[in-house]
Design a protein around this ligand. Structure first.
Ligand code: 6PG
Length: 473
């Protein structure tokens, strides 16, 4: 046996991870349910195939691996993971490690850890972000599971991860479940960030009458400022692309109906479950959902007429700077919400999630990599760590400076019929948080009137009821 690790599942992510591992000098055994895919992967690997061992049967795979065996699964989340584990199990020895590196629900990872652990095997639930390119040249890696199992594969995972100023973007998040929980929230933030960029695009496109190419130029400028990020960069790329068949901007021929595989929704569900507001993430998930309700959209469009989107102004540098600050406000708040869910999950499950480390390993490799994450890692390195990113003095200062622009732009957007659900959710969240007197006093009154739920008074201790006006006096 000579392979350090196995990669199972030779679709593009698995293949790229295997090549990445081989390139870093490790021997990797590769396996796919249909053996033809394994051979294709070896062919594609070229010179790197020297460090790869093609296995066509599970028996060959097991024989190729150094004990305790480390088997990394890169198969579709859900049923395919369960089936693969069931197929492997009869061949494993005590102490062998199954690594689920797909976009699993963290609850599944907790269950796998329990079930495999009871049979003497080890399990790691590992979040991998960075898409195909990341898998091939350096993803962000979020590991959950026993430290002992991590120790066995630490060198491989750290070697293949992205680097930020030389530091590996692979980190140990905590027990099984923690890795996939962190990856899920990464994706929730990813959804919010993408939706907000799209909303800023919409404001410039239909609110200022700009062309995709002109908006690409604006976004390119933003890649040099506080919004510098991979998602801003690829938005430039997207808006500059032209459809070869129609010569129209490529975005204009894309059906406006967004797909989703579950991680964004899970983030919103976990947030609700934990009682943490993550309104910007939820709004982004809902925006994708609404976009795909095509027949309802058409019916409403027919019944009420097209949204009469009026201009919000003309494309002056001032208004564009205001839109940049609006996006900055929304983005800080969406990340703050995402980190709050992480912090709440950490408390709830007793995981002790390393928030500063999470921000650090998200600085390169993953889809939400951005300049802002470096500041976030610094914010969470403070002792004590801030209760919310909003309370970090630098972010508080940025929000304070940008908020007037956001209020102005979102006011114009709503008044002129432009949908901006994620940006407004984020800003409403901040407005609610900073208000010194919320209007739920009336909600408390209603609860007491219909259900005698009682309320606290601002001037006296204890529980109080009414007296309520009966209509008789
Ligand atoms: C990543 C991505 C990746 C994938 C997600 C999102 O971090 O590399 O998040 O995991 O793109 O599955 O996909 P959906 O948008 O289809 O939910």
């Amino acid at each position: 046996a000579q392979a350090d690790i196995a990669v199972i599942g030779m679709a593009v992510m698995g293949r790229n991870l295997a090549m990445n591992i081989a390139e870093k000098g490790f021997k990797v055994a590769v396996f796919n349910r249909s053996p033809a895919r394994t051979d294709e992967a070896i062919k594609e690997a070229g010179d790197l195939a020297g460090n790869m061992i093609a296995c066509h049967t599970i028996e060959e795979l097991i024989a190729a691996l150094k004990p305790p065996r480390a088997l990394l699964l890169m198969v579709k989340a859900g049923a395919a993971v369960d089936e693969t584990i069931d197929q492997l199990k009869p061949h494993l020895s005590q102490g062998d490690i199954i690594i689920d590196a797909g976009n699993a629900n963290y609850r599944d990872s907790v269950a796998h850890d329990k079930a495999l652990g009871a049979e003497g095997f080890q399990f790691l639930g590992v979040g991998v972000s960075g898409g195909e390119e990341g898998a091939r040249h350096g993803p962000s890696i979020m590991v959950g599971g026993s430290p002992k199992a991590y120790e066995r594969v630490k060198d491989v995972l750290n070697a293949i991860a992205a680097r930020y100023e030389g530091a590996s973007c692979c980190g140990y998040m905590g027990p099984a479940g923690a890795g996939h929980f962190v990856k899920t929230l990464h994706n929730g933030i990813e959804y919010a960030d993408m939706q907000m960029i799209a909303e800023a695009y919409g404001l410039m496109r239909s609110g200022l009458g700009m062309t995709p190419a002109a908006i690409a130029d604006v976004f390119e400028g933003w890649t040099k400022g506080p919004l510098a990020s991979y998602l801003t960069e690829i938005s430039v790329q997207a808006l500059r692309s032209v459809d070869p068949t129609t010569s129209k901007p490529l975005v204009d021929v894309i059906l406006d109906s967004a797909g989703q595989k579950g991680t964004g929704r899970w983030s919103a569900i976990e947030a609700l479950d934990l009682g943490v507001p993550a309104s910007a993430i939820a709004a982004a998930v809902e925006a994708r959902g609404l976009s795909s309700m095509r027949s309802l959209r058409q019916a409403v469009n027919g019944a009420l007429g097209d949204a009469e989107r009026a201009p919000i102004g003309s494309a002056t540098p001032e208004i564009i700077a205001d839109i940049e600050k609006t996006l900055l406000t929304g983005k800080i708040l969406a990340y703050a919400q995402g980190f709050d869910v992480l912090a709440a999950g950490s408390r709830q499950f007793d995981w002790n999630l390393p928030l500063a480390e999470i921000a650090k390993i998200w600085r390169a490799g993953c889809i939400i990599r951005s300049r802002m994450l470096d500041s976030m890692s610094k914010a969470y390195s403070a002792t004590p760590a801030p209760e919310s990113l909003i309370l970090d003095p630098d972010f508080a200062g940025e929000l304070k400076a940008a908020l007037p622009s956001a209020r102005k732009i979102l006011g114009l957007a709503v008044a002129n019929g432009h949908p901006v659900p994620a940006l407004t959710s984020a800003v409403n969240y901040l407005q609610q948080l900073r208000t010194s007197r919320a209007t739920v006093d009336l909600v408390q009154a209603q609860r007491d009137i219909f259900g005698a739920h009682g309320f606290e008074r601002i001037d006296q201790p204890g529980a109080h009821h009414g007296p309520w006006h009966t209509g008789a006096e």
